[in-house]
Design a protein around this ligand. Structure first.
Ligand code: 1PR
Length: 528
């Protein structure tokens, strides 16, 4: 029996699914005494530190937790659930007391690399622990965070990880374990770690294991564009420059849950679902996507992103929903990140016009509760060619190596909304910068000109956006062969590359992309 402390923020469904898959039984903490009654307590904290500590106080969980931990009862804290063990965080300005079981505080990454630190990274084991029993030496785990712990007592350090510098990525003292990475999102090795926690009787017993990790991997993301076809079936589709119809019918390339599972098994580092008609169908009515997430997260233990229709909405009965309500439903259903497309453009336009943050936009609301790392901005730009930068003074113009139809030597990237149907007077670089300011944690950078063409990523676009932001960028649109992935990682500093068509049509396997990248000395997560 595993007691799970779900304080109401973020995706705990994946943790629950992992434990159930391992045959464990779950009990949820409903009242403070449930903490003291636990045999083994799992605390999957996600989101914002200040918000978490505030809720722990409101629910009167702080003192029972301190008592439980002081008695050295079995405890596994994940991400914020581990950070909470320390004395405070640079992310918390409230002055509220943390658990303070370990001395030290939580600090923001100080690096020129992208923050949040998102992706699969290795761990250097500093002492033996049964939780690493049976885990391969080259294992990587999934991280997503902007803050890391700085313990005062080095004897609690279980692993460190390298991201520009070495930081502490897990701790153990007696029966108390905490990881910055997410075992429930780290494929079979992460599941093995949870199994060790659940089934090892004595977590203090020693087992010799030898794990030494390498650096952060470039991520390969499989993307599923999902919509209902004309018969009303939910299908994975794929466009050519966003036109998903062929001879009048919506292309049908498979079923979302099955395809996602296939990509997980084939080694995808992340899976993204885009509900491409979400801009016109309200997602909380369009329940199939929630069902897709619930079913997928039962068997897929890598991060899941969902996009489409995340915005405020008033239904025909006058009932209003906020974008935060929509996102909450998605997180509860198994999503780790949500992706905002059209709404981000409107928000950025307003922000750039007024110069003020309203505090009420979907980006601000969702990142405040769930953390920046949970908010991805999906950009759908199109090239606009100009003969000189003076023709588009308001916009970020680049000199291009691929001149336009009239031999124009310059271009800018115009944002679109509603699945590319409507263009706006905003460029992709300005949109990315504005969204970062407002609290977004990652950019999913599509390109309508390249989408479905198999002609390679738009490297000029990626370099322009990367140069303007410090959050990670996922390059998307145009992948046609293994070499295009090598090219995007060698010629830009994108953290991840996403593809759809070539994977759906089985023209290129994820495994062969990874082998190719490894052959070019690009850091990847090996397929398990
Ligand atoms: O505007 O917040 O409701 O979100 C809608 C979301 O749906 C946006 O993220 C938008 O990118 C996406 N979307 C809308 N219409 C389409 C379409 O194709 N008609 N799909 C669409 C966008 C782009 C990529 C694609 C890559 C890789 N899909 O995700 O998978 O371009 O393709 P490739 O490897 O085959 O070249 P909102």
């Amino acid at each position: 029996m595993i007691t799970v402390l779900d304080y109401g923020a973020g995706n705990v469904r994946s943790v629950v699914n992992a434990i159930e898959k391992l045959g464990g039984k779950i009990k949820s903490v409903k009242k403070p005494s449930d903490i003291l009654d636990a045999q083994k307590l799992l605390f999957p904290g996600v989101g914002n530190y200040e918000n978490m500590i505030k809720i722990l106080h409101e629910k009167n969980y702080i003192h029972p937790l301190q008592e439980y931990l002081k008695a050295d009862q079995p405890f596994f804290g994940i991400c914020l659930g581990m950070q909470a063990l320390f004395e405070g965080s640079e992310e918390d300005f409230s002055g509220n007391e943390s658990l303070g079981v370990f001395k030290g505080i939580v600090k923001r990454f100080k690096t020129r690399l992208a923050v949040p630190h998102i992706g699969w990274n290795g761990v250097n084991l500093k002492k033996d622990s049964p939780v690493f029993n049976g885990i391969a030496t080259d294992t990587k785990f999934y991280f997503v965070h902007s803050y890391h712990i700085v313990p005062e007592d080095s004897s609690v350090v279980l692993t460190t990880t390298h991201y520009d510098y070495e930081f502490v990525s897990s701790v153990q003292k007696g029966n108390i374990i905490g990881t910055q990475f997410h075992p429930e999102k780290s494929g079979n090795s992460g599941i093995k770690m949870l199994e060790n926690f659940i089934y090892q009787k004595d977590l203090k017993s020693r087992h010799k294991v030898d794990i030494k990790g390498k650096g952060l991997s470039k991520r390969i993301v499989a993307c599923l564009d999902v919509r209902a076809n004309d018969n009303g079936d939910l299908v994975v589709t794929k466009g050519d420059q966003y036109d998903v119809r062929e001879k009048g019918d919506v292309r049908n390339l498979g079923k979302p849950v099955e395809l996602a599972r296939r990509y997980y098994e084939e080694g995808a580092d992340e899976i993204t679902f885009l509900n491409i008609t979400g801009f016109r169908d309200f997602p909380l009515k369009d329940m199939p996507m929630i069902d897709v997430l619930e079913k997928t997260s039962k068997n897929v233990f890598v991060p899941l992103t969902i996009g489409g229709g995340i915005r405020d909405y008033t239904d025909s009965n006058g009932k209003s929903y906020t974008a935060l309500d929509v996102a909450t439903q998605y997180f509860r259903s198994g999503a780790d990140k949500i992706s905002i497309g059209s709404d981000a453009v409107y928000i950025a336009e307003e922000y750039l016009k007024t110069g003020k943050k309203s505090g009420k936009s979907s980006i601000e609301q969702i990142s405040r509760v769930y953390g920046n790392q949970a908010v991805v901005i999906s950009i759908d730009p199109k090239r606009v060619y100009v003969h000189s930068p003076d023709e588009a003074k308001k916009h970020h113009v680049i000199k291009t190596d691929f001149p336009g139809p009239d031999n124009e030597a310059y271009c800018w990237y115009q944002c679109t909304v509603q699945g590319g149907r409507t263009t706006r007077d905003l460029d992709a670089v300005a949109l990315a910068k504005a969204c970062q300011d407002l609290g977004a944690g990652e950019i999913l950078l599509n390109c309508i000109d390249k989408d479905g063409t198999n002609s390679g990523f738009d490297l000029e676009l990626i370099n322009a956006v990367k140069a303007a932001v410090s959050i990670p960028v996922i390059a998307s649109s145009g992948a046609g062969c293994e070499d295009h992935f090598a090219e995007v990682f060698e010629k830009t500093s994108a953290e991840a590359a996403l593809a759809a068509g070539i994977f759906h049509r089985k023209e290129v396997q994820i495994q062969s992309v990874k082998s190719y990248l490894a052959g070019r000395n690009i850091e990847i997560r090996a397929v398990e």
